[in-house]
Structures are given as C-alpha cells and as structure tokens.
Design a binder for this molecule. Structure first.
Ligand SMILES: [Zn+2]
Length: 249
C-alpha cells in the first residue's frame, strides 16, 4: 500500500477540471485535456489524475493567486515518505480560455476545512498503515515499508524517464513507488535505459542531465556501488562524446 498512489476514488466529495500552470499561472501544456475531472477529493485524500494521491494530513497549504488576468492556486504538500516539499499550480479555464476564480475558491475552501480536520490516525487505520503518534508533517512513516509488488522490505523511490525523437521530447510524470531492491531494478532500469538511449536526442537535451540524474538516483540503492558510479557517469560521457563529435565535424 502506497499513500501516494491510492486508487482513483469511485465517489467524490469534490471534483474539478483544472489545468496545471507554472508559478505565474501560465498553462503548461496547451493540449491538456479539459474534458474529464482530473482532481477528485474524498474524505481522506486528494487524487490528481493518474499521477498521485495526497492525504490531507500532508498538505501544508493552499493559496489563491492572481497575476494579470490569471487566477490560479498554489498547493503545497510534504512527501509522506521523504518529508520533501512538493508544489503544484492549478487554474480553471473555460472553453474560451478565460481564467475562472470561482472553482478555485470552492476548491480552496473545501481543502482548508479538510486540512484543518485531517485525521492521520484514521487514515492509517483505514489503509492498514503503520501509525505514528507525532504529527505526520514532522515524522513521515518511512519505517517498516513493504514492497508494493511482493511485500518484502521496501523503500520509497520515485521513477522518472524521458523520451525524445528529433523534434519531440516528453518527460514522464513522477512515479512514486515502494519497492524492494529486486522490483526497484525491474522498474527502474527500463526508465534509466529509455532516458539514456533517447533523452538526449533533439530538444530533450536541455532537460537530459536532470532527468538522467533522477533516473539514476531511483536505482541507486539497488545496484552495486561501481555499477551506480558507471550509470551515473554515462550521461556525462554521452554528452561529452556528442560535444567532441560536434566540434570535430
Ligand atoms: Zn518486491
């Protein structure tokens, strides 16, 4: 059981169609689908389309913002396993592209009440998780984790990959998982290989050093030290090779 990948709720207390924006409220992906609800909230957690679930106990705040004519919301939360802070910016837009304020206010009001009353102990009980007496924000329940695939000892990892072909480049959403060493290799190595083999092609080269570093870090604990250093150095060697090739041409 992974707190960050709880299933899409079948019922909802609140749902909305939001688009992701940057920190200035500008929509990131102009093609983002506006048809399906992509934020669904239930009693214990917020579910964001396909990528993650966020228990209310870990949300640290939501703030409404405005820049020029753009209304958007800034959501901040803490990773339940690592304590690391995350943030996302959302906006609601109508068919003509106008930024709507009302859905954001409703979302913010709904969340603030839930955050205030978040019952972490009830959440642990419902999902059969190890409980902690401390506030979850201070002490993430990162001990005693079980692999999602085989139930042996596991650790929290985040997979990342990118794929590029000449004029097109795409970075996969973060995949938070709890895996044992064996399953970490099974899942993490394909992400690493996909990134190494295609990530540097075309426009992807700008993000390649960052994504390849994340893909390498995801398998750090499950491969031997020399293998890790080799995997870690490979992207830099690849870029150096490209640069030398370019200069010699
Ligand atoms: Zn496993």
């Amino acid at each position: 059981m992974n707190l960050l990948t709880l299933a899409e709720p079948t019922t909802s207390k609140f749902n909305a169609r939001f688009v992701l924006t940057d920190s200035g409220g500008v929509q990131r992906d102009p093609k983002q689908n506006l048809v399906f609800p992509n934020v669904v909230a239930v009693d214990d957690y917020l579910w964001i389309a396909e990528t993650e679930s966020i228990p209310y106990a870990y949300i640290t705040g939501i703030e409404l913002k405005e820049k020029n004519t753009r209304h958007f919301a800034h959501l901040k939360w803490r990773n339940a396993y690592t304590g690391e802070m995350y943030e996302r910016f959302f906006a609601a837009r109508d068919a003509l592209g106008a930024y709507l304020k009302k859905p954001l206010v409703e979302f913010s009001d709904f969340l603030e009440e839930r955050i205030e009353n978040a019952d972490f102990h009830a959440l642990c009980e419902r999902f059969d998780l190890q409980d902690h007496e401390d506030l979850p924000q201070r002490t993430p329940p990162h001990r005693g984790l079980r692999c999602e695939a085989c139930d042996s000892d596991g650790t929290f990892v985040e997979y990342a990959a990118m794929f590029s072909i000449l004029v097109y480049s795409s970075i996969s959403p973060r995949k938070p998982r709890i895996h044992c060493a064996a399953h970490n290799r099974i899942h993490g190595i394909p992400y690493y290989l996909l990134t190494i083999c295609t990530g540097w092609l075309g426009p992807g080269i700008v993000d390649f050093p960052f994504v390849s570093a994340r893909a390498t870090k995801a398998i750090q604990k499950s491969v031997s030290k020399p293998t890790f250093w080799f995997l870690n150095a490979l992207p830099a060697l690849l870029l150096l090779g490209l640069l030398v090739g370019f200069l010699l041409n």
